[in-house]
Design a protein around this ligand. Structure first.
Ligand SMILES: Nc1ncnc2c1ncn2[C@@H]1O[C@H](COP(=O)(O)OP(=O)(O)OP(=O)(O)O)[C@@H](O)[C@H]1O
Length: 299
């Protein structure tokens, strides 16, 4: 578990992170979303003990990073995949990290296998593609077999195969009961990867909710030959109905139930369409006022 309480980071006159409070639970993938400059990396660096909070706390498994008895075995992070010695082989890079954390050499081969880099183990890390570098970074994060994983923009710049692999890998780590926090500025990516979302803008918390919750309650658009009759029937069954001409917007009842009720009463339907706010729309609505540099027009 990761717990962030009133976490604040001030740089000069600006607040990169502003009294942020949230909890990241185990067993699910939690997306950490926000536009560029929202404060995601700064937050993750404070969680990992790389930056000191101006105020507030960030703890992993109940302790600040600096107070962890065995940090590599508690939390692993991918913050900058290119932060490797370019002439060192992938294997040697991991062996150095393992040695510094008192981790046995054989774990290096285990993690290289886990991320699919066994064939590239003796190649220099400086020759790796971005996708391979991301895999190496994830291997490093997994060295201590930690219960908590923090990944900063792991799919940035990857091709579809690389994205697909990382997505599945994060899901499998969460399914093992680990805590997985992954940052992104792309809602489209997080909507297919994460179960839970923490959305920030200008350093502040904008939303902390399940993916389904963020899209709001589902409504169904129904067009019927005899709309007044159908509206009365649906209302009597407990649905909320608003009417505009032949079109009804129904909440509180799914499309299957609406179709079944109409069929039983012999009411012809012209259209029956579930309406759902896309996550992208929900995200734009949340972060619209908090982007650093808007695309034209007023900011
Ligand atoms: N070392 C620093 N000194 C001064 N300002 C900083 C520093 N690090 C970050 N900032 C500022 O803090 C704000 C948050 O930056 P941060 O990198 O945490 O955002 P982010 O959400 O990770 O953005 P991105 O998606 O672009 O990586 C930005 O306005 C940035 O310019």
């Amino acid at each position: 578990m990761i717990e962030v309480r009133r976490l604040t980071k001030v740089y000069g006159a600006g607040r990169a992170v502003d009294r942020l409070t949230f909890t990241v639970k185990s067993g699910v993938v939690t997306g950490f979303l926000g536009p560029n400059g929202a404060g995601k990396t700064t937050t993750l660096r404070m969680v990992m003990g790389l930056d000191r909070p101006t105020e507030g706390t960030a703890t992993v498994a109940g302790r600040r990073y600096a107070d962890l008895a065995d940090p590599l075995r508690t939390v692993g992070a991918l913050l900058d995949a290119r932060a490797v010695h370019p002439r060192r082989t992938a294997r040697d890079h991991l062996r150095c990290l393992a040695a510094s954390g008192g981790i046995a050499d054989r774990r290096v081969d285990d993690v290289l296998g886990l991320v699919g880099l066994d064939q590239a183990a003796r190649r220099r890390a400086g020759e790796f593609s971005l996708g391979m570098s991301q895999r190496l970074g994830i291997a490093a994060a997994l060295l201590g077999d930690p219960e908590v994983l923090v990944l900063d923009e792991p799919v940035n710049g990857l091709d579809p195969e690389g994205i697909w692999w990382i997505r599945g890998f994060m899901r499998s780590l969460a399914a093992e009961g680990r805590t997985v926090l992954v940052s992104s500025h792309l809602m489209s990516e997080m909507s297919v990867t994460a179960d839970h979302l923490i959305v920030i803008g200008r350093g502040r918390l904008l939303a902390d909710a399940g993916v389904a919750e963020l899209t709001g309650p589902q409504s169904v658009l129904v067009r019927a030959a005899r709309p007044a009759e159908l509206a009365g029937l649906l209302s009597a069954e407990g649905a909320s109905v608003s009417r505009s001409g032949k079109a009804l917007t129904v909440t509180g009842m799914g499309s299957a139930a609406i179709g079944a009720l109409a069929a039983v009463r012999g009411l012809a339907l012209i259209e029956l369409t579930p309406q759902r706010t896309t996550l992208e729309e929900a995200y734009m609505g949340l972060t619209g006022d908090s982007v650093e540099f808007g695309g034209g027009g007023a900011s």
